[in-house]
Write a protein of this length. Structure first.
Length: 564
RNA sequence: UGUCCAUUGGUGUAAUGGUAGCACAUCUGACUCUGGAUCAGCCAGUCUAGGUUCGAGUCCUGGAUGGACAACCA
């Protein structure tokens, strides 16, 4: 039993608050904006928010931060909920910032009455210019000192739709010379005559993030509002609104977002990959989206374990892509049934095996889990083996089949290659070998050893399939970094997908298909193809045309390749 | 030439003034009917200069480096 005794900084904060009686239980929230699909970076946040609440007996709300109607859509609301559920989490309540529009509006009036907010008639350009720069203070708006009555009147008329988009905004009155730019009279409301996916045309003014988020937290009595580092400088503003309004004091804490090498994480870039068809969609198995990983064959456990393993802190980090794969391998190694599949087949004929004979051999389903039992695999005179598993003239370190060398066919017999047939181009079309009947099951009674063990499939019993061999979407470690005149698209890995047709599978794979899991979500069946990697059924698969995706290889090979 | 945040092996992450530890990766060996898994082992770290202290990764001051902020995005 390995218990992680050290606490991360958020656990420290929570335990301190619990100890000191600041609160008796915690309530966190996961606050996505419904303007895109969730990715692995969100998974870290989800695991954190739900994980922390679970650890300390609290709860987590799902809240859609839907304050910008022009970017948001219900398509995303649905996919986000499905992805969170698939990851294995259940929220206490599902909320929308838009549910709070009326309350937010009333609070804005409170601030106006306190002389802490004003309607500004400046244009967008004027406001931008007036804000100053990071090194120069800003200038007060000429409208900054309007009377409370006038502000109240104008703000009400903004709501009524008397003004066009961009004509006026409501601003908090703080300090135009503040060194933290977030406090230079931030905009609270803007006019947007746009249809909202939930409130329809009820509103034509919409609150900005800074004015909506903290207050939404407060309304829900969120104790720990956990977000990423870039919001650090917003915290004084988050606290300012809550303090001026005198409402429930939620607190914001920031952690470093997840970065993974060979991966892009920005919503904008992911959207571009989809829109411009560099991938087949949001759930393309090469995408770092949750649905992409699901289709790729990742398990929720593997993603949760990954998020747990990488830890959480406040320093920027770039996680090795291999850790993600390792986390998958760890889990699938324990749970994925083993099957034999020949992806690049070449015929192997056993000359001294009786023609027309078939026998059933016993194969272990998962050596890591005895309870998975065994299955029968048909064996006959003509088989397929992997083309890469034979070499006519092999070096010493080649442990597989070559002329005159003996290897084991897994769970079957020892065979020795005798000769090959070739086509006009010199490609091997058939390998002839002999077998030792005494080695049935895979062991020699005389105790002799072989170096290699090959997987195989009986030619007459084989099932055909298409196999999609996925690799990293990007060929470079930091895809975002492109030289002059290039973009991240130039860093795409041209070999990220290779489609193999005519792969030969053992018959037990014939009924592999998509299944609906206990949470009601469609998932692939996952297997280990012995010696080849982990594979899963794709949603394109049909009983007539099986399609499998490679989730990952058995072991990382990139490090060695890059060493040369 | 602003404000804020950060800096510990290759990569992550602990050590809360008292022995710099763990994981992943790499490498080596053992074992193996998957060149997988498993097991064992090696290599490798406190950004820098001062200061406080019996004692500093930790506290203080300066510097360096990286990141965030000048959307009517979140």
């Amino acid at each position: 039993m390995e218990e992680n005794l050290s606490l991360n900084f958020l656990e420290e904060i929570i335990e301190q608050g619990l100890r000191e009686g600041t609160y008796n239980s915690i309530l966190t929230r996961f606050p996505p904006e419904p303007n895109g699909y969730l990715h692995i970076g969100h998974a870290k946040s989800i695991c954190l928010n739900f994980g922390l609440a679970k650890k300390y007996g609290g709860k987590t709300n799902l809240r859609f931060d839907d304050t910008n109607p022009v970017k948001e859509d219900t398509e995303y609301v649905d996919s986000i909920q499905q992805d969170i559920r698939w990851l294995g989490f259940d929220w206490a309540g599902v909320h929308y910032a838009s549910d709070y529009f009326e309350q937010l509006y009333e609070w804005a009036i409170v601030l106006i009455k306190k002389g802490l907010a004003y309607v500004d008639d400046q244009t967008q350009e004027e406001i931008r210019a007036g804000r100053g720069t990071v090194t120069e203070p800003g200038k007060n708006s000429p409208w900054r000192d309007r009377s409370v009555e006038e502000n109240l009147d104008l703000f009400e008329r903004m709501r009524k739709g008397e003004f066009a988009d961009g004509e006026k905004v409501l601003r908090a009155k703080i300090d135009m010379a503040h060194p933290n730019m977030q406090l230079r009279d931030p905009i609270m409301y803007r006019i947007l005559h746009a249809n909202h996916h939930r409130t329809g045309d009820k509103w034509c003014i919409y609150p900005m993030y800074d004015y909506a988020h903290g207050q939404s937290d407060s309304i829900e009595h969120i104790t720990h509002s956990i977000c990423t580092l870039e919001f650090d400088i917003h915290r004084p503003l988050y606290d300012w609104f809550i303090e001026q309004l005198g409402i429930f004091p939620s607190h914001q804490y920031e952690f470093a977002r997840l970065n993974i090498n060979y991966t892009v994480m920005s919503k904008r870039k992911l959207l571009q990959l989809v829109k411009e068809h560099y991938v087949s969609g949001w759930d393309d198995p090469r995408m770092p989206t949750i649905c992409g990983f699901r289709r790729r064959g990742y398990t929720p456990e593997s993603i949760r374990n990954f998020c747990e393993d990488i830890g959480v802190a406040k320093r920027d980090n770039i996680i090795d892509y291999v850790r993600l794969e390792n986390s998958l391998r760890d889990h699938l190694n324990k749970v994925a049934p083993r099957r034999m599949a020949v992806l690049n087949p070449v015929k192997l004929v056993i000359d001294n095996y009786p023609e027309g004979q078939t026998e059933m051999l016993t194969a272990v389903n998962n050596p890591e889990n005895e309870a998975d039992g065994t299955r029968q695999v048909p064996f006959s005179r003509e088989l397929y083996i992997e083309r890469e598993d034979f070499m006519e003239d092999a070096p010493k370190k080649f442990f597989r089949l070559s002329l005159g060398r003996e290897v084991r066919l897994r769970y079957a017999y020892f065979v020795t290659a005798q000769s090959v047939e070739k086509d006009a181009e010199g490609n091997i079309t058939c390998i002839h070998c002999t077998y030792d009947p005494a080695t049935r099951g895979g062991d020699a009674p005389d105790g002799r050893k072989v170096k290699g063990t090959l997987h195989w499939v009986s030619a007459q019993h084989a099932v055909d399939a298409e196999v999609r061999m996925f690799d990293r979407l990007f060929a470079t470690e930091a895809p975002d970094e492109a030289p002059e005149g290039k973009t991240f698209l130039d860093n795409l890995n041209p070999d990220s997908l290779k489609v193999l047709q005519g792969c030969k599978l053992e018959p037990a794979l014939a009924d592999a298909r998509m299944v609906v899991n206990e949470r009601g979500i469609e998932e692939p069946m996952r297997f280990q193809f012995e010696r080849m990697g982990y594979f899963c059924t794709d949603r394109d698969s049909t009983p007539e045309h099986l399609v499998f995706n490679r989730a990952c290889s058995l072991k990382d090979t990139w490090a060695k390749i890059s060493q040369g």
